[in-house]
Design a protein around this ligand. Structure first.
Ligand SMILES: Cc1cc2nc3c(=O)[nH]c(=O)nc-3n(C[C@H](O)[C@H](O)[C@H](O)COP(=O)(O)OP(=O)(O)OC[C@H]3O[C@@H](n4cnc5c(N)ncnc54)[C@H](O)[C@@H]3O)c2cc1C
Length: 478
């Protein structure tokens, strides 16, 4: 095409795009109707009823990564299997929705969690007394943990593994590995300690030692109650989503393809419509937000790594003897096929037909994406082989299904703190935009709800104030 003609066609396309019908002027436009978007809408409605809120969702259902699996009497999860009842924002949300008494709770105090150690399942110590007798660490490794008391705080820019080894010694690395496998399906040699555990880093800086900080914190919180519980719902995790979505104005099958600011108003383009709004909330996983906002403000990276996992839902008959507890995790050095497994029917009742046991085995993660390419038959066979070396499973599963979630887990690796700076700058520079969602301030459901409430608060108050809240220590209950 001649250059002049090409230029004319391009400008015509731009003109058409600009004059596409502007559907509505909403007060608040939320992109994404996963847990983050729905929670943000909930809290805005609560703080300022009557605002006109629209959620744009590219799929034909809400919930994003959250979806329950049901087949032949077995009930598993495509995404999250549980979240702890120790976060005030999540407790508030459940009370608002009338779900706090409906939720099923598996108290951590009553359930053992196991770590694979030298080819055997060993119970994870639940308290410091049990730590003394655990075979998971040698005597020398236990003593070395106390070395933290004398170690100077490390400067920023450490991986989880560098930091943990420096403070507590090499012996703790398999346990830390199990923790980041159970939460991020991640690699402790790549994750950033500043991004993953900002609260622990704060204790280290404030008290000169993590152990001293934890002790001071415990003293302050004396009498604060028992260990938290893991929660789900009898109908599965997507019950939270269907309850949250009730009464919300969600437009499904609406993929946002571009975002512009015209004359002080946000213009959001979907494949067939332009939407105008005074205020915009991005409630998407980090990479989707980066893609849409990079034309407005160049980010330090175009994307962050995402760890994908798959879940094999396995039902076993009466002969199966699965140790009592939540499940187990396997550190990389154990060289197992599965990252771990959840003992779902122990945690929550009625997840499998009477007399059977439901296990959900996790495979892949940041270190083994190649396993996601295996066929279902091979996956089931190898997972069964792996599991039966660890527990008494004399007969193969009577039910098995490989779930391949399309959502992965964003990895908070080195460089994540700079990405958070970029977000702060962008929110300051372009007024009336708020960013929350999967992988910004964490990856767990509690973190999503907390960040969504913060955004709702800021929006109603007329802007984000300087972040004065100190990062909190997150309990790692994997
Ligand atoms: C396999 C897996 C296991 C997990 N296990 C746990 C667990 O046990 N406990 C726990 O606490 N957390 C767990 N999580 C994390 C938890 O699922 C997330 O914290 C939470 O679901 C993230 O919600 P979100 O709304 O931020 O993102 P998402 O769930 O990703 O929702 C984003 C929504 O935006 C939509 N969208 C994306 N792009 C566009 C676009 N361009 N236009 C319009 N819409 C768009 C998507 O379709 C989606 O509906 C797990 C996650 C995964 C993937």
């Amino acid at each position: 095409m001649l250059p002049a003609l090409k230029g004319w066609v391009l400008s015509l396309t731009e003109t058409i795009k600009q004059y596409r019908v502007m559907k509505t002027i909403n007060d608040v436009l939320i992109i994404g109707s996963g847990l983050s978007g729905l929670s943000a809408a909930h809290f805005i409605q609560k703080f300022q009823p009557g605002l006109d809120i629209l959620l744009l969702e590219k799929e034909k259902r809400p919930g994003g990564a959250i979806e329950t699996f049901r087949e032949q009497g077995f009930q598993g999860e495509w995404g999250p299997h549980g979240f702890l009842d120790n976060t005030p924002e999540s407790r508030e949300l459940l009370v608002d929705l009338g779900l706090d008494t409906h939720a099923e709770r598996a108290p951590l105090e009553n359930f053992l969690r196991y770590v694979c150690h030298q080819g055997k399942l060993e119970a994870l110590p639940q308290n410091p007394k049990k730590l003394l007798s655990t075979p998971l660490l040698s005597f020398g490794e236990k003593i070395r943990i106390l070395g933290d008391l004398w170690k100077k705080p490390l400067p920023p820019g450490q991986t989880v593994s560098q930091w943990a080894e420096y403070r507590f010694g090499k012996g703790v690395l398999p346990l830390v590995d199990a923790a980041v496998t159970g939460t991020f399906a991640g690699d402790l040699e790549l994750l950033s300690i500043d991004a993953v555990m900002p609260g622990v880093r704060r204790l280290e800086a404030e008290f000169g030692s993590v152990l001293k900080g934890l002790k001071a914190k415990k003293k302050k919180a004396a009498g604060s109650g028992p260990l938290p519980s893991m929660m789900n719902f009898p109908e599965g995790m997507d019950y939270l989503i269907s309850t949250l979505a009730q009464g919300k104005n969600i437009l499904f099958n609406s993929t946002v393809t571009g975002i512009e600011k015209r004359n002080g108003t946000w213009v959001v383009l979907t494949t067939d419509t332009s939407w105008q709004a005074k205020t915009l909330i991005m409630a998407l996983p980090v990479n989707q937000t980066l893609k849409l906002l990079s034309p407005l403000h160049t980010p330090p990276v175009s994307s962050i790594p995402v760890a994908k996992i798959l879940n094999i839902v396995m039902g076993f008959g009466k002969s199966a003897k699965v140790p009592y507890g939540f499940g187990y995790l396997a550190p990389e050095k154990e060289n197992r096929f599965c990252l771990g497994a959840m003992f779902t029917s122990h945690m929550f009742p009625n997840r499998s037909p009477q007399g059977s046991v439901l296990l959900e085995a996790l495979i892949g993660g940041r270190r083994h994406p190649e396993r996601l390419e295996l066929t279902d038959d091979i996956l089931i066979q190898q997972a069964y082989e792996d599991l039966r070396q660890l527990m008494d499973l004399p007969e193969p599963p009577l039910f098995s299904k490989v779930l391949r979630p399309k959502h992965g887990i964003p990895q908070l690796e080195m460089g994540h703190p700079e990405l958070l700076e970029w977000r702060r700058d962008l929110e300051k520079e372009c007024a009336d935009i708020y960013i929350c969602g999967f992988g910004w301030d964490g990856i767990g459901m509690n973190e999503m709800i907390k960040a969504a409430k913060k955004v709702a608060h800021a929006l109603v108050a007329g802007g984000l104030s300087a972040d004065t809240e100190k990062p909190q220590v997150k309990p790692v209950y994997f």
